[in-house]
Design a protein around this ligand. Structure first.
Ligand SMILES: NS(=O)(=O)c1ccc(C(=O)NCc2cccc(O)c2)cc1
Ligand SMILES: [Zn+2]
Length: 261
């Protein structure tokens, strides 16, 4: 069978459409946010989230990133309000990064690329019975995107970085709990919002994106640790996951709304 997808030339974002035709859809993510073209929407509300420290359960190397997987069998950690109707249950959080500190975010702002990007993934547990079902619906998922720029050491992030050496190879995982995902949020919860998709295959167009305006920082050393993860499994020739960011996709017939003036 054809190689599965990845981030190298032979299986990366430029050829995903061969296996996943949605890649050329009309509400794909990420996008290039142009602040001059966003529209302030007075009906948008402040974001409201409440995360239970014990929701995170494991951290795993899924081959294209590492993700902190949460127990989403009940409504213990939820995101509400903002652009959302109802409440969205926390599922997992993960990062995207690039080969150097000069780029690696997925969303860009006024042409600016950041070093990395955090995605906090939630699904509409009021309307749908599980994540997989919600992922098939236009209002099924809500993902908070946090831009990461190279700079000061990030101490809440260090708790995550400290375990990456234990999940070096694809498919490895380790227990990871007593962690508050909101400890990674910036002080301001100002955001842009638009309707988009998953940024990796299956690229489903089921995401209400909430991109925070204020970036967080991470040190160059912390960012370098991301790149030391392997996309190869144990026993395979080592292949570093140097980059796992998809470039911005056409905006097509979409508008980006701002919560702030
Ligand atoms: N980069 S992203 O935040 O858009 C993102 C979030 C979640 C996922 C994800 O959960 N993928 C696995 C998946 C998705 C839909 C249906 C499935 O059965 C599995 C992928 C990308
Ligand atoms: Zn992501």
């Amino acid at each position: 069978a054809r190689q599965s997808w990845g981030y190298q030339d032979h299986n990366g974002p430029e050829v995903w459409h061969e296996l996943f035709p949605l890649a050329n859809g009309d509400r794909q993510s990420p996008i290039a946010i142009k602040s001059s073209e966003v529209k302030y929407d007075p009906f948008l509300r402040p974001l409201s989230f409440s995360y239970d420290l014990t929701s995170p359960k494991v951290i795993l190397n899924c081959g294209y990133a590492f993700s902190i997987e949460c127990d989403d069998t009940e409504d213990r950690s939820v995101l509400r309000a903002g652009p959302l109707k109802g409440s969205y249950r926390l599922r997992q959080l993960h990062f995207h990064w690039g080969p150097t500190d000069d780029y690696g975010s997925e969303h860009t702002v006024d042409g600016l690329e950041f070093a990395a990007e955090l995605h906090v993934v939630h699904w509409n547990s009021e309307k749908y019975p599980c994540f997989v079902d919600a992922a098939q619906q236009p209002d099924g998922l809500a993902i908070v995107g946090v831009l990461v720029k190279a700079g000061e050491h990030n101490s809440p992030l260090q708790k995550v970085i400290n375990v990456l050496d234990v999940i070096k190879t694809k498919g490895s995982q380790v227990a990871f709990t007593n962690f508050d995902p909101s400890s990674l949020f910036p002080e301001s919860l100002d955001y842009w919002t638009y309707h988009g998709s998953l940024t990796v295959p299956p690229l489903l167009e089921s995401v209400i994106w909430i991109v925070l305006r204020q970036p967080i920082t991470a040190s160059s050393e912390q960012l370098a640790t991301f790149r030391s993860l392997l996309c190869s499994a144990k026993g395979e020739p080592a292949c570093c996951l140097l980059s796992n960011c998809r470039p911005p996709q056409p905006l097509r017939n979409r508008h980006v709304r701002a919560f702030f003036h």
